[in-house]
Design a protein around this ligand. Structure first.
Ligand code: ATP
Length: 504
């Protein structure tokens, strides 16, 4: 942001000095002709106030329709996800730098076009269009009207221009008008956090009962959770599993992931030390270890969130060491987070849609004029995922209104919607009530039927029930690996957990 401001200042300087012969310098460019369009048989001239108004209104309308299309396109959906949680947007496989650049370029096209219209309207191109003050005013107008809304900037600009006129010409405040407008701005932003249009939308939702319905639905939440828990316990076999990119083979012999000599040092701290680790396709692996054993760091290295200090990682025969988290998610390797990383301002359905879009459209695509619903197979994927994580009933709720256990399930749902061939789950049961744990273990079992999974958790009972093979980490190294029975009986594991006090 600071570099953008600095570059704008450079342009201001260039306009005023070296290029003043072309730009008019501080005098601006006078004599901009009024627009006229030749239709062959007649010429449309826009040289009266009203015709100019119609001309500008027409272009405003065109701009608005294009913006509306973009907002409703997959690109628009991804942009709102990036605004909400860029880390997760990248982790589910979207190239966020590409999308941010797109937003920047689109905004620049709009600003450039609007600047041209300003010149036409005034018959004069003023030099202050390039001033920092002008950029600042645009941001304030947007904040007043409502950022994240299409009409907010229009309303904000109207209020701003009206007030600045009113203070100067009617109240004759002289130079203090900016101070008064500044105070008005602060008051508006403090008391109308979502701007005028955002506030009106909230009021409308409240008046029509949509907001209330959400809250009432959330209030009935314990029943919904209990009902779905019972459903899960009674009916653990779930058929709607978004299938991984390559199905689980019958014999499960081939290695899907192999890590050799993985080491991660943070200064003097050795979080992981020379770990050799491999997982077969179709396997359900558990990883356990005391607090600080290096489990989360190990997962971060496998998903390329952090790069190993030493060692190599191979996924489906491809060396992914040094790759980015977006790329490896596109290859089919992703994780659910220990601390929820959701798009909290979006609904449950929109959350899952964002994750599914990355797999359906690839990391970056400029389908600005397609609607989200038009993406092949997307609706089915979203429905299947919601059903799998028992959130179909809650699909239209904003994430902020979900109960904790539901958020944990959505966290898993986001990873699942990318149809990973290897799914890593970092403490999926963390912070859950016993009932929710029961439900989630059933859920994990049903997910595992379709894919290869590695699960970290502190809940030994759950891990022993779920995993076919368990790796125990201690102080950053692999202590032992084996079946649940072997691990239970292993003296070194008991030592690591109980500090020498052996279980009877
Ligand atoms: P827990 O079960 O409590 O989640 P864990 O087994 O996942 O623990 P890690 O979070 O991987 O353990 O941490 C392993 C070690 O590395 C700890 O000593 C931790 O303090 C250290 N560590 C992890 N991340 C960083 C970091 N970014 N900078 C410095 N040290 C770190």
């Amino acid at each position: 942001a600071m570099i953008t401001v600095a570059i704008a200042e450079v342009f201001f300087f260039v306009e005023f000095n070296p290029l003043s012969a072309f730009t008019g310098g501080e005098n601006g460019l006078p004599g901009v002709p009024s627009p006229s369009i030749s239709l062959g048989f007649m010429t449309l001239k826009f040289n009266t106030d009203w015709s100019m108004y119609v001309f500008l209104a027409f272009w405003y309308f065109v701009g608005l329709v294009i913006a509306l299309r973009i907002v409703r396109s997959p690109v628009g959906a991804v942009l709102s996800a990036i605004r909400d949680n860029p880390l997760r947007a990248a982790a589910v496989g979207h190239n966020i730098q590409g999308y941010k650049l797109t937003a920047f370029v689109i905004a620049a096209v709009y600003a450039g076009f609007a600047g041209g219209l300003l010149g036409l309207m005034q018959g004069f191109m003023p030099p202050d269009a390039f001033m920092f003050d002008t950029s600042g005013q645009l941001i304030m107008q947007t904040a007043i009207g409502g950022a994240g809304t299409l009409f907010g900037p229009l309303v904000g600009a109207t209020v701003w221009l009206y007030l600045s006129d009113f203070f100067q010409t009617t109240l004759h405040l002289g130079a203090t008008w900016k101070l008064v407008l500044g105070i008005v701005f602060v008051l508006l932003v403090v008391f109308l956090r979502r701007g005028i249009v955002g506030g009106l939308v909230q009021l409308w939702q409240f008046a029509t009962g949509r907001g209330r319905t959400h809250r009432e639905a959330a209030a009935s939440d314990p029943h919904a959770v209990a009902a779905s828990a019972v459903a899960a316990a009674v009916e653990p076999v779930i058929e709607f599993v978004p299938s991984p990119r390559r199905p689980k083979p019958a014999n499960g012999g081939e290695l899907i992931l192999e890590a050799t000599g993985l080491t991660k040092r943070y200064g003097g701290i050795v979080a992981n030390n020379n770990i050799d680790f491999s997982v077969k396709r179709g396997e359900l692996r558990g990883i356990i270890g005391p607090n600080g054993a290096g489990k989360s760091t190990f997962f971060k290295m496998l998903t390329c969130e952090v790069h190993p200090t030493e060692g190599r990682i191979t996924f489906e025969g491809r060396d992914i060491t040094g790759f980015g988290v977006t790329q490896v998610c596109q290859f089919g390797l992703t994780k659910s987070y220990q601390v929820n990383q959701l798009f909290t301002r979006l609904t449950v359905r929109e959350n899952v849609t964002i994750a599914a879009l990355a797999e359906k459209r690839g990391p970056f695509r400029l389908d600005l004029f397609r609607s989200v619903g038009g993406v092949d197979g997307l609706t089915q994927r979203v429905e299947d995922t919601l059903k799998l994580v028992h959130l179909t009933e809650r699909a239209e709720l904003p994430v902020s209104e979900l109960a904790y256990g539901e958020k944990r399930r959505l966290e898993i749902g986001l990873a699942l919607a990318t149809a990973p061939s290897l799914l890593l789950l970092d403490e999926p049961l963390a912070g859950m009530s016993p009932r929710e744990r029961l439900e989630t273990v059933q859920l994990l079992k049903s997910i595992a039927r379709g894919r290869t999974m590695i699960v970290i958790d502190h809940d030994m009972d759950a891990i022993f029930e779920l995993a076919e093979k368990i790796t125990v980490l201690r102080e950053g190294s692999v202590l032992v690996e084996g079946t649940p029975e072997e691990i239970k009986a292993n003296a070194a594991v008991q030592e690591a957990y109980l500090g020498g006090v052996h279980a009877p």
